[in-house]
Design a protein around this ligand. Structure first.
Ligand SMILES: NC(=O)c1ccc[n+]([C@@H]2O[C@H](COP(=O)([O-])OP(=O)(O)OC[C@H]3O[C@@H](n4cnc5c(N)ncnc54)[C@H](OP(=O)(O)O)[C@@H]3O)[C@@H](O)[C@H]2O)c1
Length: 214
């Protein structure tokens, strides 16, 4: 697939690198320097290049949105018309000092995003995983017991795209249902961050869901 990265920081930089290594064509965009984007593309050692958000969005099969919540409107306006695009968002609706969620319980960042781009097809994924685990999960991707990663959305076609990308990075994609389920997965992401950064095990933390009963 052709994957546009909107926000090439900790999440966008790592996921874009892994998408490129998994064989996708990647355009890194939206950082404070073009040199950083070019270096990311070079170091990805796959089919990757640097571009503007508009170039990243053009002809993209999927877009990864990975900016701080305060940058969402800015990056969307730079990306231009996103009608029909599958947008996989890992952006959490955090306040400026990252101490709490701005939206919760009766809505979610993913649903607020979908309202901003009503003609796009939003999937919420990758936000429940600390960026530090991504390369390790990719390295271990051939293991039979892969860590889980939840995703949710209202559009079947874009969910299929997201599930493929999740699998390519080394996770077992777990369909959590419609986009409104992001109301529960976004706070869950903060629990994962709490366990990763405040717990005794350090940030190398991924999770696995197992079904019990019949
Ligand atoms: N980090 C994690 O482990 C993690 C896990 C789950 C979810 N998330 C969520 O994912 C989203 C992205 O997080 P992140 O940690 O990847 O953030 P980040 O490292 O700060 O990356 C954000 C990107 O936006 C760029 N940017 C910021 N201001 C800009 C501006 N004025 N002009 C152009 N580019 C600008 C940054 O540029 P520079 O590269 O030049 O700084 C960076 O590339 C957030 O919503 C976060 O809550 C993060």
């Amino acid at each position: 697939m052709r994957v546009g990265i909107l926000g090439s920081g900790l999440m966008g930089g790592k996921l874009g690198t892994l998408f490129a290594r998994a064989g996708h064509e990647v355009v890194f965009s939206y950082a404070r320097s073009v040199e950083k984007l070019k270096k990311l593309a070079k170091d990805a050692k796959g089919n990757a290049r640097a571009g503007t958000p508009r170039e990243a969005a053009r002809d993209a099969d999927a877009l990864l949105l990975a900016v701080h919540w305060s940058r969402i409107d800015g990056v969307l306006s730079e990306a231009g018309d996103l009608s029909g695009k599958a947008i996989v968002t890992c952006s959490l609706p955090m306040n400026t000092d990252d101490t709490g969620l701005l939206i919760g319980q009766t809505s979610s960042g993913a649903e607020a995003l979908a309202k901003k781009v009503p003609k796009a097809r939003v999937v919420c994924a990758f936000n429940t995983i600390p960026s530090e685990v991504l390369f390790g999960v990719y390295e271990a991707r051939r293991r039979t017991k892969r860590p889980s990663l939840v995703y949710c959305g209202d559009d079947a076609r874009s969910k299929k795209v997201a599930a493929e990308l999740i699998g390519d990075v080394g996770f077992d994609p777990v369909d959590a249902g419609p986009l409104r389920i992001a109301r529960y997965s976004e706070p869950f992401a903060l629990l994962m961050a709490q366990l990763a950064y405040e717990g005794s095990e350090g940030p190398e933390l991924a999770y696995r869901f197992e079904r019990f009963g019949e």
